[in-house]
Design a binder for this molecule. Structure first.
Ligand code: NAG
Ligand code: NAG
Ligand code: NAG
Ligand code: NAG
Ligand code: NAG
Ligand code: NAG
Ligand code: NAG
Ligand code: NAG
Ligand code: NAG
Ligand code: NAG
Length: 739
């Protein structure tokens, strides 16, 4: 089975994986992975859906395979045929066979199936979206498809009391299998995919969530109101999703401790679109960029958007470095993670009375009981062959039980605390990696201190005869600096298309309370607090569903534009990367109901964009299923893609100039007149022509041209352009950045 470095974008998992990867890299290298005669699973993407029955499509696929496979064992090689929303197959191929296939007329792209990872609810109130906000007339007709780890359907968040039957358009199913998983009128559909290999221990062959992640994201989108939800008293309050009356359709494409395989991910898209979902929420991605047709999420969402389904995806947890953003196709919404005004701190108190404030989600901790404090380097598990050079990091198995038991350990590395827990420690103090701006959950009471504070604690333990300490239970405190984009959230610029701003916007993704799975090995609980762009994405998916519930006819691009142009401004003071960190700002679901104007786009706009990016007529025809062609006339410049934001890549110190064409559609008042206003820093001149757009009817379109000119030594210039009729306001960020 082929492997990659992709993930569900939930941070708690991510950190642990990262840590283990570092430590185990050497060990694994010597083993190497056994391959079955050098064959691995590939995805063969062939574009638009074939209008034939599934059986015939399978035959077509087998025939195609037979053309490149010497023996006639095509049936054994075919893993899956994708037939419902697009045309693709998964098959076991050698590199040579894959290459031959990629040259065939019917084929757009061939790429190995990789393994991806998963990258209160105070968050909605913080976004000024109270539970008393009015709800759309069509909310119970909106179906959100969740591509994730499944769901815990018995959770109060998914109770269907008072719900009518699913909307008529619903064409999905509930795969109950042999396990007692049942859907209801809230969770109207559920499927699971494990097309390759055996399901690993701890997982259940049903849509049931044993990880927690899928229940968490689903309840953030559409959980009903659940009073007095908390994690052992932490973050106590009413848990709710954006659209409590909307329906959920669950596609379990990720598995606990396994990650998410492309072959399964693509099957989830294939079904979700054909089943009739309105929005797809996907908190999964890769940390390496690939081109638009070698990325199953880009392919799946292209066909989703073609069918009127908006895809909202997480930006990834690979920040704060530049060019780290994932899920960056222009037809998707890309969501960064911001903080809310509550953070979880855990105090460390030392025997000398000193108190330090760390970050952690501890549901329990010591109360005034001081315990002996020791440095983990001084407690190596010698029988296990470890010395202080490893035990100082508190790696699992490296600590001696006799020396650690009943003590608080000072560790030199950040991990989930399995090592100290196994060794019987009663607490641990760990240094933050980079910015200390997120609180994790651990296996025992842990406080994560800044590196300097950790050093001070170590000094105390070193200089004191009988050093003692305790780690307290966490408390939620006000974070007056919020919102800002958290350090782990992936940043732009766009890794493969210059002059296109990604991420699009930000939403809360730090220490979010939402539904969970009691079978989770991370934490057995019905509600849990976790962080990641995995958590910010469903806030935007839910906001998109909210907009859709008032405006059922709006296209995916129109909804996306409404969310982007009405986002709350965020401050570059706390995020020096500005728009490259937060896009247009923090999503504002109520504001998104009244954008006035939207930047609409449909398939042909994206096809022109792809043509301009060098995709050939042959491939574009396969993808669209029509006679599209890539000629000088359809050669779409990125400057003409009708996107609601403006990006420009420059060489600092050299003069620059760029012209953008845009068209806005009136969704405000029929008779209206919009005036433009721009704000620009020194070194940037913005010209908009015309400066006034007058409309006589709803859905009327008007075009304008924007010119950016200037010269700067800076690597980042933030500006904006706002169309307003005095009532509505559509704001587009403009970002000029040094590549
Ligand atoms: C519903 O799904 C079935 C099975 O894939 C398909 O044959 C049918 O065309 C779908 N119906 C609609 C209305 O999409
Ligand atoms: C079925 O559900 C019941 C009640 O929730 C539970 O106790 C039981 O373990 C479940 N069985 C399986 C196979 O999941
Ligand atoms: C999968 O499970 C089957 C039946 O338990 C077993 O025979 C086979 O070896 C397993 N395959 C792998 C790759 O673990
Ligand atoms: C709320 O939850 C807490 C903690 O789970 C519990 O102790 C308390 O009794 C609950 N309060 C109400 C009113 O249900
Ligand atoms: C110490 O190492 C031994 C041998 O690897 C292992 O069995 C034991 O669990 C380790 N002790 C702790 C506390 O991790
Ligand atoms: C730690 O201390 C050093 C030296 O005083 C200082 O330069 C650095 O900014 C401090 N780091 C943090 C994270 O506070
Ligand atoms: C204090 O730190 C020094 C230098 O790391 C080390 O050699 C010494 O053993 C430590 N003393 C105690 C009591 O931990
Ligand atoms: C599209 O424009 C680019 C840049 O001007 C050019 O390199 C490319 O050849 C053009 N493609 C077609 C099909 O006209
Ligand atoms: C904008 O549109 C006009 C007219 O359609 C066209 O002539 C011009 O080339 C376009 N601008 C850019 C930057 O492509
Ligand atoms: C819009 O304005 C025109 C001309 O001023 C007027 O005839 C028409 O009645 C107005 N329509 C609405 C809906 O106000």
């Amino acid at each position: 089975m082929s492997r990659c470095n992709c993930k569900l974008f939930s941070l708690s998992l991510y950190l642990l994986l990262l840590f283990h990867a570092l430590l185990l890299a050497t060990a694994l290298r010597s083993h190497g992975e056994a391959t079955e005669q050098d064959k691995k699973a590939y995805i063969v993407y062939m574009g638009e859906r074939l209008k034939m029955d599934g059986f015939s499509i399978k035959l077509v696929h087998k025939n195609l395979l037979n053309k490149v496979i010497a023996s006639d064992d095509a049936s054994e090689r075919l893993i899956h045929s994708y037939t419902r929303s697009f045309n693709a197959m998964a098959a076991m191929l050698s590199e040579e066979e894959a290459k031959k296939l990629s040259n065939m007329d019917e084929v757009v792209s061939v790429f190995p199936s990789q393994r991806r990872e998963l990258h209160t609810t105070r968050s909605w109130d913080f976004m000024a979206f109270p539970s008393s906000a009015s709800h759309g007339a069509f909310e119970s007709d909106v179906i959100v498809g969740m591509l994730d780890t499944g769901i815990w359907p018995e959770s109060e968040s998914f109770n269907d009391a008072g719900f009518g039957p699913p909307p008529h358009k619903w064409n999905g199913t509930c795969e109950t299998a042999k396990h007692n998983f049942t859907c209801n009128n809230k969770v109207i559909g559920a499927r699971y995919y494990h097309l390759q290999g055996n399901i690993s221990a701890g997982n259940i062959a049903s849509p049931r969530d044993t990880a927690g992640h899928g229940s968490h994201t689903s309840s953030t989108v559409a959980g009903r109101l659940v009073a007095n939800a908390s994690l052992s008293g932490l973050a106590q309050g009413t848990a709710r999703g954006a659209v409590p009356s909307a329906r959920l359709a669950v596609y379990k494409v990720c598995w606990d401790n396994e990650g998410c395989y492309d072959v399964d991910l693509l099957a989830g898209f294939d079904d979700a679109v054909a089943d009739g979902v309105d929005i797809i929420s996907i908190s999964i991605g890769s940390s390496f960029p690939s081109d638009y047709f070698s990325d199953p999420i880009a392919i799946g969402s292209f066909h989703a958007v073609k069918n009127g389904v908006l895809v909202s995806a997480s930006a990834g947890n690979s920040g704060p470095g530049r060019y780290s953003v994932a899920n960056f196709a222009p037809w998707m919404l890309t969501v960064a993670a911001s903080t809310i005004d509550r953070k979880f701190i855990s105090q460390v108190k030392l025997g000398n009375g000193d108190v330090y404030q760390g970050m952690a989600v501890n549901t329990e901790g010591a109360k005034d009981n001081l315990y002996p404090l020791i440095y983990a380097a001084n407690a190596p598990n010698k029988t296990g062959g470890f010395d202080g050079s490893i035990s100082r990091y508190c790696v699992e198995g490296s600590l001696d039980r006799k020396l650690s038991r009943g003590n608080v350990l000072i560790c030199d590395g950040l991990n989930d605390g399995s090592g100290p827990q196994l060794a019987g420690a009663v607490g641990a103090i760990m240094p933050a990696q980079g910015a200390n701006d997120v609180a994790f959950e651990f296996k025992l009471p842990v406080s994560v201190l800044g590196v300097n504070d950790t050093a001070k604690v170590l000094l105390y333990s070193n200089k004191t005869r009988n050093p003692t300490a305790y780690v307290a239970k966490s408390e939620g405190v006000l974070d007056g600096l919020a919102p800002y984009v958290v350090s782990f959230s992936s940043r732009g610029p766009h890794p493969i298309t210059s002059n296109l701003l990604k991420p699009d916007l930000a939403a809360p993704g730090v220490d979010i309370l939402a539904a969970w799975s009691p079978l989770s090995t991370q934490k057995s609980s019905l509600y849990n607090i976790i962080s990641g762009t995995s958590m910010s994405c469903p806030h935007v998916s839910g906001s998109a569903a909210y907009v859709k519930s008032f405006n059922p006819t709006w296209s995916p691009a129109a909804i996306k534009s409404a969310l982007i142009t009405t986002a709350y401004n965020m401050s570059p003071k706390r995020n020096i990367e500005a728009e490259l960190a937060y896009g247009a700002g923090q999503v504002n679901p109520l504001g998104a109901l009244k954008p006035g104007l939207v930047y609409d786009a449909d398939e042909i706009d994206y096809v022109r964009f792809l043509c301009g990016q060098g995709y050939t007529t042959k491939n574009l025809r396969l993808v669209t299923g029509d006679s599209s062609s890539c000629t000088a006339k359809t050669n779409g410049s990125i400057f003409d893609l009708n996107y609601p934001t403006f990006g420009l890549s420059i060489t600092p110190g050299k003069p620059f100039s760029a012209t953008y064409n845009r068209t806005v559609t009136n969704v405000g008042d029929s008779n209206s007149s919009y005036k433009v206003s721009v704000s620009a820093p020194d070194g940037l001149k913005i010209n908009v022509d015309p400066q006034v757009l007058t409309f006589q009817s709803i859905l009327e379109k008007k075009s304008f041209v924007v010119t950016l000119e200037g010269k700067t030594k800076k690597t980042l210039l933030s500006a904006s352009l706002v169309w307003s009729d005095g009532v509505h306001k559509a704001r587009s960020p403009i970002i000029v950045y040094g590549a």
